[in-house]
Write a protein that binds this ligand. Structure first.
Ligand SMILES: Cc1cc2nc3c(=O)[nH]c(=O)nc-3n(C[C@H](O)[C@H](O)[C@H](O)COP(=O)(O)OP(=O)(O)OC[C@H]3O[C@@H](n4cnc5c(N)ncnc54)[C@H](O)[C@@H]3O)c2cc1C
Length: 373
């Protein structure tokens, strides 16, 4: 197959791009250095959250939310998605007032999906929550999905639509001959007129190969999972003043994240967990859900991901090279918007533009970005 598009990276964004491009009759080749879902997309908490998004992300996130509502028709798999809601909990009246201010700000901008609930309603939705919790900001239609299953669902749908995936194919060089990109891996060289860079934590290395400078740091968000306990919680819970994201799965395990960072080792695609910060995470859990104090943690892990200076992603064409598009830098919250980002990338590649609200995410918003000297 001579591809129309080569996608670099087989995480959720690479798979979503491949699926959307294939659905529009593009011949797509995905080159993945390791294995599909090996990095952030497999490690993710899988939170499907419009709640408390940066204002620049809200329009894209709301489009993605509608796609999640009907995810099975998109990828022929329900991705274990459950819309049990998401709650952002206040532990003081001051915090609750800040949530009310956020709600008013959103209403003024025409968004009504975030609502404030009082203590009684919070206890109805999360009966074992700590007594100090006085209310929450809520999106009732948010939820969570299985990140590994979701990534592979997009991959399988892309394959059914004709995309080819090659795992163990690390892109080491890019060059342009006329209107065609040459993509070098240790085992082979591939050609296509268009490239999409979805290389996650390593996307700046790919960008640098074509002269684009992307100011990235590497995040290393840690997660923990507990033993199985009796069902006690439906929604995903976060807190205003703690690094916490907390949910119970169908099988009873409790999945705990929230952004505490381990130590990334990008060169070796690896990391070290930080036990002290995992302890802080456990302390936060026990404060919000006192019944969790006696529950055992059975496993912890982390995932490497690119972080931009403003914590917003980079989505759009290269400022310096033709036929080259970027989608990376999701800074810890790129799982939910992925279906919409994939659609936007297909529009950009095929139509040369998109109606999707991605204008805030251009690479050239950073003073140091664009063409490298
Ligand atoms: C622990 C954790 C929890 C999270 N929780 C949430 C959440 O609850 N909600 C939410 O919305 N988001 C969440 N996120 C963020 C979300 O998971 C990520 O934004 C998203 O998965 C990023 O997908 P990606 O495809 O860009 O990157 P990745 O999944 O990292 O994929 C990039 C791929 O590119 C490949 N690659 C790199 N370099 C090369 C190369 N040279 N050649 C070929 N391939 C290459 C890598 O091997 C990798 O497989 C979380 C992230 C982490 C780590």
């Amino acid at each position: 197959m001579t591809p129309d598009v080569i996608v670099i990276g087989g995480g959720l964004h690479g798979c979503a791009a491949a699926m959307n491009l294939s659905a529009r009759q593009c011949r797509v080749l995905v080159l993945e250095r390791s294995a599909v879902a090996r990095h952030a997309s497999g490690a993710s908490a899988g939170g499907v959250r419009t709640l408390n998004r940066d204002l620049a992300e809200v329009p894209l996130s709301l489009i993605a939310a509608r796609m999640w509502d009907d995810i099975e028709s998109l990828v022929d798999d329900d991705c274990d998605y459950h819309a049990h809601g998401q709650l952002r909990v206040a532990e003081t009246e001051v915090e609750l007032a800040s949530l009310e201010a956020r709600r008013q700000q959103m209403l003024a901008l025409g968004y009504s999906h975030e609502v404030v609930i009082d203590q009684a309603e919070l206890r109805r939705r999360a009966p074992t929550i700590g007594p100090q919790c006085v209310g929450a900001l809520m999106v009732e239609t948010d939820g969570a999905a299985d990140p590994y299953r979701t990534t592979h669902a997009f991959r399988r749908k892309a394959e059914r639509l004709g995309a080819q995936f090659i795992e163990g194919a690390c892109v080491t060089a890019l060059s342009r001959q006329g209107t065609v990109w040459q993509v070098t891996t240790p085992a082979a060289r591939y050609e296509a007129p268009t490239i999409v860079n979805c290389a996650g934590a390593w996307s700046d290395e790919i960008a640098a190969m074509i002269g684009d400078r992307a100011p990235l740091q590497t995040r290393c968000s840690m997660m923990m999972v507990s033993e199985r306990v009796a069902p006690f919680l439906g929604p995903v819970v976060s807190a205003v003043n703690r690094k916490l994201s907390f949910k119970q799965t169908d099988d009873g395990t409790v999945v705990i994240g929230g952004g505490h960072q381990g130590r990334p080792d990008r060169a070796h695609e690896s990391y070290q967990l930080d036990g002290r910060r995992l302890g802080e995470s456990a302390t936060a859990v026990a404060a919000i859900f006192p019944t969790m104090r006696r529950v055992r943690i059975v496993r912890a892990w982390a995932g490497l991901e690119a972080q931009t200076p403003d914590h917003l992603p980079i989505i759009g064409p290269s400022p310096s090279a033709p036929g080259f598009f970027h989608a990376f830098g999701f800074s810890g919250h790129g799982f939910q918007p992925a279906p919409a980002v994939g659609r936007a990338l297909a529009d950009l590649v095929i139509d040369g533009g998109t109606q999707m609200p991605i204008a805030p995410f251009a690479l050239d918003r950073f003073a140091t970005s664009g063409k490298a000297a």
